[in-house]
Write a protein that binds this ligand. Structure first.
Ligand code: 3HC
Length: 298
């Protein structure tokens, strides 16, 4: 039987795009949040993103200035991983590398109380493999958030064969307390959403490669024909082509199925540094508003 634990203080390791969103929604839900970044520059940037999102919320009339101050007041930053020992639940949101994540969890194992729960926001790495490298595999889960975290309602809560069912329920309740809908998934690569989403995104690239339609045709087709908020090529630019390429490679490696194989165009675009919005160019050029489809990709 696991030790019951009431989560009140949440640690977030990594304050990039996803980490800052996760820290924000935890603070919005009333948790005390400690965010860790590797240096002051990254920390300032990550916390600045949260401040900007809340300020935009105030501009839009969605957030009151008092609420903004209250949320920011619950967020603290540190560069010291050892301070995660103050937290009841630690969410790891560092780069998608098993080696890097392993090192982080080793340090967390040493810093945190035995009952502290560890969660990884990985989108495609194995929760079981990560859990097995810690001293607390029964208190380890996946918590997969979606981008943009403050606006997307879903969190996948992922169990490994080693996860204690009581810990799993506690984390699912935690996800619900953030105002998100938890979807329960077992540790199959890509979980539920990426297992379905990634082949769809890769197929959109294949459709472009094969001349089925232009960038705009493919996007408008799925946006207007199926009611998706973004067409697949816009979504690829939004998620990042480098990120999608890495996820597809991990999924292909696991399942050896063609539907997960990254198409050559995706590989070439990643080689060219055309990662999407984050580099200013992917399927669209973001140097002007509205973004324009990039010519000559195929
Ligand atoms: N503060 C408070 N509210 C805000 C806000 C802010 N700073 N910014 C926006 N909002 C609110 C808006 O007011 C609006 O609320 P309303 O619906 O009540 O009017 C709502 O949020 C939507 O905002 P916008 O109108 O500005 O934006 P859009 O309607 O254009 O939606 C979007 C933006 C939510 C990003 C939408 O385009 C979308 O859902 N896109 C798809 C995103 C997606 O699929 N993400 C998942 C990617 S896959 C992933 O992450 C997994 C990984 O492993 C790959």
């Amino acid at each position: 039987m696991s030790t019951p634990l009431k989560v009140s203080r949440v640690g977030v390791v990594g304050c990039g795009l996803m980490g800052s969103g996760i820290a924000q929604v935890c603070a919005e839900a009333g948790y005390q949040v400690l965010v860790r970044e590797v240096d002051e520059g990254f920390l300032k940037k990550g916390l600045g993103n949260i401040e900007r999102f809340l300020a935009k919320g105030v501009e839009k009339g969605k957030v009151t200035p008092e609420r903004k101050a209250e949320v920011l007041g619950r967020l603290k930053g540190t560069t010291d991983l050892g301070r995660m020992g103050e937290c009841d639940l630690v969410v790891e949101v560092v780069t998608e590398s098993l080696d890097v994540k392993r090192q982080v969890f080793q340090a967390l194992d040493a810093a945190c109380r035995p009952e502290t729960i560890f969660a990884s926001n990985t989108s495609s790495l194995s929760i079981t493999e990560m859990a097995a490298t810690t001293k607390r595999p029964s208190r380890f889960v996946g918590l997969h958030f979606f981008n943009p975290v403050p606006l997307m309602k879903l969190v996948e809560v992922v169990r490994s064969p080693l996860t204690d069912p009581a810990v799993y329920e506690e984390v699912a309740a935690f996800a619900a307390s953030l105002g998100k809908t938890p979807v329960r998934a077992s540790d199959k690569t890509g979980f539920v959403v990426n297992r379905l989403l990634v082949p769809y995104l890769l197929d959109a690239i294949r459709a472009l490669e094969e001349g089925a339609g232009s960038i705009v045709d493919i996007d408008e087709g799925m946006r207007l024909g199926c009611g998706h908020p973004m067409g697949p090529l816009t979504l690829l630019d939004f998620v990042g082509l480098d990120t999608t390429y890495s996820i597809a490679n991990i999924m292909f490696d696991e399942f050896r199925e063609k539907r997960f194989a990254p198409p050559p165009l995706l590989k070439r675009m990643v080689q060219a540094g055309l990662y999407g919005r984050k580099t200013g160019r992917g399927f669209y050029d973001y140097s002007q508003e509205p973004p324009r489809p990039v010519a000559g990709l195929v």
